[in-house]
Ligand binder design. Sequence first.
Ligand SMILES: NC(=O)c1ccc[n+]([C@@H]2O[C@H](COP(=O)([O-])OP(=O)(O)OC[C@H]3O[C@@H](n4cnc5c(N)ncnc54)[C@H](OP(=O)(O)O)[C@@H]3O)[C@@H](O)[C@H]2O)c1
Length: 271
Amino acid sequence: MGVLTGKTAVVTGASSGIGRAVALHMGEAGAHVFAAGRRAEALADTVAAVARTGGAATSVAADLRDPDAVQGLVDQAMAGTGRLDVMVNNAGVSFRGPLADGDPRAWREMLEVNVLALAVGSRAAVRAMRACGAEGHIVNVSSSASRLEAPGFYGATKTAVNAITASLRRELENDTIRVVTVIPGPTATNLARYQPDLLRGLTASLGEDIGLPSDGLFPPETLDRTAAAASQFLASADDVARAVLFAITQPIELSIAEIAVQPARRLTIPA
Ligand SMILES: NC(=O)c1ccc[n+]([C@@H]2O[C@H](COP(=O)([O-])OP(=O)(O)OC[C@H]3O[C@@H](n4cnc5c(N)ncnc54)[C@H](OP(=O)(O)O)[C@@H]3O)[C@@H](O)[C@H]2O)c1
């Protein structure tokens, strides 16, 4: 029996990085995990990894920029298991750079994935958790970029995440639903996939050439190796996942409002 046996968890962005690690931890702890992302093949890999831990997972390939797809994901978990106990709104994208050179299409994508999908996912989760009477947890993934003096557009979307999540936490005080803001610092994942220059700069400052795949996507083993090699500068996805598991396994009377997870030393990445 795991601590989450009999519970259902939805994890967005589970095809890579932090979401994948969260799905693995929750599956291993006994939850049935609904793992969502766009890439079916990478999701199948997450499902297989959950199965290797003895857990159960279902993959849901969907573009979460579509609010109906986010609602559909929660509906599928409810239809499949009759309940929802944990909702992890983790999917995110990052396009960094000077605002004066910004591309409104990139800004829109960040707003739609980082903010809108998270808000729709939170709303769907509240309704589902109330419907099944769950002692539920909503986990919204922000970023240390939200705390920078000049957070840039990406950091601004995460500032919105902080505001929405704090509001929801207050709104649900009289429900049996707790809401936590998870604030990772630099973490070895595929988040820099759209920024080869940033990736090159990062790998150079780490003093390790891990090579850049043409699509910017590293397999989980490479990310694990990078996190281990650079553990003073980069957290691992697993570090963040352990913090998430801690937050959602506390008594329902207790609110773990925010958890910031960051490596001991700081890498300076321009906004
Ligand atoms: N890595 C860091 O240093 C860091 C620091 C602070 C905060 N964070 C936050 O952590 C969260 C997870 O990111 P990560 O670092 O693990 O990066 P990642 O490895 O790139 O994972 C991002 C995940 O989001 C999914 N995703 C992106 N756009 C999507 C869309 N339109 N529809 C459905 N899924 C979508 C991706 O799935 P597909 O590729 O399959 O679409 C992927 O599974 C994000 O919210 C990010 O802002 C990361």
